[in-house]
Every structure is written in C-alpha cells, then in structure tokens.
Design a protein around this ligand. Structure first.
Ligand code: ADP
Length: 547
C-alpha cells in the first residue's frame, strides 16, 4: 500500500514528497520490509519479531501527517500491525497497551501541533485511531480466548474419546477372547443376513460341514482355525451363502431346506432354543443344538440376530444307544410274556376242577403279566425314534366315547364318575389309533390319580382351525414344579412315587409325542389337591398338520 501511495503521489498528492514526516514514514517502511527478509528472527527470541508491527505503527503514525498533504487518513492501516500484535504470544495487557499507545504516541504530537483546526477536533483526530485499534485488539483477544477455549474443549473431548476408544478396544479384545474360548459356536448377523461375527468354534464347525463339491465354501476350505485371525471377526457373507453348508435333519441324511436352517429362521425374527440340526451328512455328521435371539434397536426394530450352536453329538448318540438297548430288551421280553399270558388265558378259560384259591392266584398272575406287557409296550414305543401316524378325517367324539367306555370298569373300582361333554360328530384330521391311545392314557391317569374317588370330565372346544380336548379330574393334582416336568420320560411326581400308585412315568411322554406328531400340542393346568386338566390341541379336519 505504501508502494501504491508512492507511485500515485506525483499525480494525486503533489505536496506529499515535500512532507518530511512522510519521507521518514516511507523510509521506515522500506527498512522494515528489508528487515523482515534479512533478519534471522527465529534466532532472536519469541518476542523479537514484534518489533516489526510496533515500528510499522510508528511509520503509519508518521504518515498520518501526510493527510495535511491531501492524503486520506492512513490511520486505518494500523489495523494490520495491531492484528499481528494481538495474535502474537504477547500477554493480553501488553498487546492492548501497545495497540493503543504506539498509534497515539506516533501521530499525536504532529496532529496536536496542527494550529489550523479547533483543539477538540485535533484531540479527537489524535485519539480516534488509537481507540479504534484498542477495540480491534480487544476483539482479537476475545476471539483468541474463545478459540483457545474451543481448542481446549476439543482437546479434552479428544482425550475422552481416546480413553473410550481404548476401553472399547480392550472390551473387544476381551469379548473376542471369551467368544473364542467358549465351547459353543456363536454367529451374529445383521437384518440382511450379513455376518457380523463368527467365533472360531463356529468357523471350524462350518469348515467341517462345507460341501467339497461346491466351490464357494462358507468358510475357507483349507487351513486350521488359526487361519481366521481374529477369529471372532467381521465378514460380509450374504444369506444365500449359508446354502454352501451341508446341513441335514436329525436323521443325518435329509438335506435341510434353506428356510429351515437356524440362521434363516433367526433372520425371520424367530426366537428358539434346542433346535437340533446336523452339520455334514452320514456318520461323520455333527449334531448341534441351536438357539437364536433377535437383536433389536431402541425403537424395538429388528436389527439382526444372534445364533448359538452347541454340539450334542455325544449326547444324541448315547441316547440312541440307550433307546436301542431298551427296545431290544423290551422286544425280547414281549415274546415270553405273550406266551405266559396266552397260557394263563387257557388255564382261566377252563377252571373246572381247579380250587378257587388256585384260580385267584392264576388271575393275579394274569393281571401282573398283562401290566408287564403294557409296560414293555410303553418302553418299546418311547424308545422308538420313529413314531408313525396316519392322519385322516376322524370323529373325535367317537374316540372319547370309546375311551370312557373302556375305562368304565377301572373308574367304578376307583369310585370315580365319568362324564362326557363332547357333542358329536367332532371332526379332526388325526390318526384314530394313536389319538385313542393318547386319550386312554389321559383318562386312565385321571382315574388313577384320584385315589379318593371323584369325577373325570372330558369336554371339547374348537377354534383357529384346532380342536381342543380337555380331560379334567378332581384328583390329587400336582405342584407347579411337577407340572413343568410331567411330559419328561420316566418322570413321576414325588407324591406319587412315595405312594403306592403303580406306573413307569412313560404314558404322558408318549402322549406328547403322539400329539406333536400330529402338529398339535398338549398342556397341563393343575393345583395340588384340586385336580388337573390336560388339554390336547389337534388340527381340525381340513387343517392337516404341517409336520
Ligand atoms: P405314570 O402314570 O405311569 O407314572 P405318566 O407319564 O402317565 O406315567 O405320568 C407321569 C406322572 O405325572 C405321574 O407319575 C404323576 O405323578 C403325574 N400325573 C399324570 N397325570 C396326572 C393326573 N391326572 N393327576 C395328577 N398327577 C398326574
């Protein structure tokens, strides 16, 4: 700007070169410009460069005298050095003092000396620019203080973030270690089925079940578990890729359709537990019990799911071996028992010539042999994995009537009255033989567990494509804990075990298996001393079970 003034002066302000103060000002400016370049400021200390803006203010002060030579007041140029001073590392009071006093001292003597203008105008002219510079410096200082505060805030936030980040890294490491230590497989998927996490146990399981003839194995086809560092890692598989795994049903042979696979079920929003599937096929397959829970966000929207895989091959094999033994032994018992019962029947068919005590003993032997045969049949059925049902259109009212009819003698002997509140025909899509067996079990239990007599009522309701049969008694009932376990094989309530009521604890588990084979369900409502109600839910006719 000084250079522009110098160049423009001859034409614009011819009196300017004659002003001594202006010449000093321009000379000082030139010296300062050279000093800026020539002096090694870095070596002279932190505050040394401030000599430039201070002397610049002096030069501008001298130049202000040029206004008398027709030059517009150049005092406003003081803004530039004042900004420099205010932005420097100088303390706030020092920079405010410099910003005010240097422009004042540099220009005041000559401005005040101007005898042509009134005193008040001269004072105002001398003080106005220093005051403006003080205001600029103050504003700069405030802006700087604010900036510093913001910087400090950002820095402290940064420090907090750093701490949080290191905490979360620590947690992630801990989580990964836990995930890789546990003996179960864990998979987390987002709502689109992309894998968010697969722990190393699961990676190994999937590796063993990856189909060899399908090129895109769900997990790398080769390499040990260590080839997945970090094992609980982020991957971006799509749901279709689950199809690369060979998954079969519990028979270890039938391929599991995609929609029945645990991850697909979980992605459908299902929450389940103890869902058995086999990874791989044939004898080398691994039976895995799976469970899933949906992941929801704050708005309760579905964001994905976590699926857990727990290998139960050993347990399933042991149970199968046990069932095999039970069914072989039961089978071996049946033939001699049938022969014993047949012979006893023959003896009782012609009791002439036999003493009545002998006949009574033979009858006792026959009753016990029949009980033994019934027990062996129950054992055989509960051990047999394949319980076949052949559902067809069946009148349940007829089955209930037949069941109550055959229980009549037992009920009379136990002083229990039987009532049927089922209006026929009541059509359902069931296997009549199996459902009769289930009803017989429930009715005979209702009588058996009413040791002091009472009443047994069978009623029915319909709705939602289901037929519900209720077998209600006024007998001994059960505790809630007993009711929870009542459908478990070999379970007998402590009260019953301590008493003398015979039984093996198999009837209800068989009944449950029969009902579930039909796609139905069974439930129990009971209170100790107030009787029990067992409810069968079966598909109504026209609603075949989705087995
Ligand atoms: P079992 O009758 O041969 O013991 P179940 O499987 O039929 O075997 O029944 C299992 C157990 O459930 C019984 O031992 C008994 O403790 C309880 N239970 C079943 N039905 C009833 C009932 N109607 N009232 C009270 N307890 C019952």
């Amino acid at each position: 700007m000084m250079a522009a003034v110098v160049f423009a002066a001859p034409a614009a302000w011819p009196g300017l070169p004659d002003s001594t103060l202006c010449r000093y000002a321009l000379g000082l400016q030139t010296a300062l410009l050279l000093a800026c370049v020539a002096v090694p400021w870095q070596r002279l200390g932190r505050l040394a460069p401030l000599a430039i803006p201070v002397l610049d203010l002096v030069a501008i002060g001298l130049l202000r005298d040029g206004s008398s030579a027709g030059l517009p007041d150049p005092g406003v140029l003081s803004v530039l050095p004042v900004v420099w001073i205010s932005a420097s590392s100088l303390s706030a009071p020092a920079s405010l003092w410099l910003s005010f006093t240097v422009p004042l001292l540099a220009a005041a003597p000559w401005l005040l000396a101007d005898r042509g203008a009134p005193v008040a105008a001269r004072i105002a002219e001398a003080v106005l620019v220093p005051l403006m510079m003080l205001a600029v410096s103050l504003a700069m200082r405030f802006a700087r203080a604010r900036l510093r505060h913001e910087q400090w805030r950002i820095k402290s936030k940064e420090a907090e973030l750093e701490v949080l980040l290191s905490d979360s890294r620590e947690r992630e490491r801990l989580l990964n270690t836990i995930l890789d230590t546990v003996d179960v497989g864990i998979v987390a998927v987002d709502a689109d089925g992309r894998r968010l996490l697969t722990n190393s146990w699961q990676a190994q399981l999937e590796e063993s079940a990856a189909s060899a003839d399908r090129p895109n194995a769900a997990v790398p086809a080769a390499g040990p578990a260590a080839a997945h560092p970090p094992s609980a890692s982020l991957t971006d598989e799509v749901p279709e890729e689950e199809g690369r795994l060979v998954l079969t049903g519990q028979d270890r042979n039938t391929p599991l359709p995609l929609e029945r696979r645990p991850i697909h079920r979980a992605l459908g929003g299902e929450s389940f537990a103890d869902y058995l599937v086999c990874f791989g096929e044939g004898p080398a397959s691994r039976v895995v019990s799976t469970g899933a829970r949906p992941l929801k966000d704050d708005a309760d929207d579905f964001r994905g799911a976590v699926v857990v895989f727990n290998e139960v091959t050993g347990l399933v094999d042991a149970l199968a071996a046990k069932d095999e033994v039970v069914s072989t032994v039961s089978h071996e018992f049946r033939t001699p028992l049938t022969s014993i019962i047949g012979n006893l029947d023959l003896v009782l068919a012609d009791t002439e010539g036999l003493d009545s005590p002998v006949v009574r003993r033979v009858e006792v032997a026959q009753r016990n042999a029949e009980r033994l045969l019934a027990l062996v049949s129950d054992l055989l059925m509960s051990a047999s994995a394949a319980l076949h049902v052949h559902p067809r259109r069946t009148d349940l009212a007829g089955l209930v009537e037949a069941s109550l009819g055959s229980a009549q003698a037992h009920a009379q002997a136990s002083r229990v009255s039987l009532a049927m509140e089922v209006r026929g025909p009541l059509w359902a899509h069931v296997d009549p033989l199996r459902i009769s067996q289930a009803l017989d079990n429930l009715v005979s239990n209702a009588i058996k567990y009413s040791p002091d007599g009472g009443s047994v009522r069978v009623s029915a309701t319909t709705g939602d494509g289901l037929v519900r049969l209720h077998v209600e008694d006024t007998g001994m009932g059960m505790t809630a804990a007993d009711a929870d376990r009542v459908f478990t094989r070999f379970f007998r309530s402590p009260a019953v075990r301590d008493g003398s009521i015979p039984g093996a604890g198999l009837g209800l588990s068989i009944t449950k298996a029969i009902v579930e084979r039909h796609g139905g369900s069974i439930s129990c409502r009971t209170r100790p001393g107030h009787g029990s109600t067992f409810t069968l839910e079966l598909p109504a006719d026209g609603h075949p079970a989705a087995s």
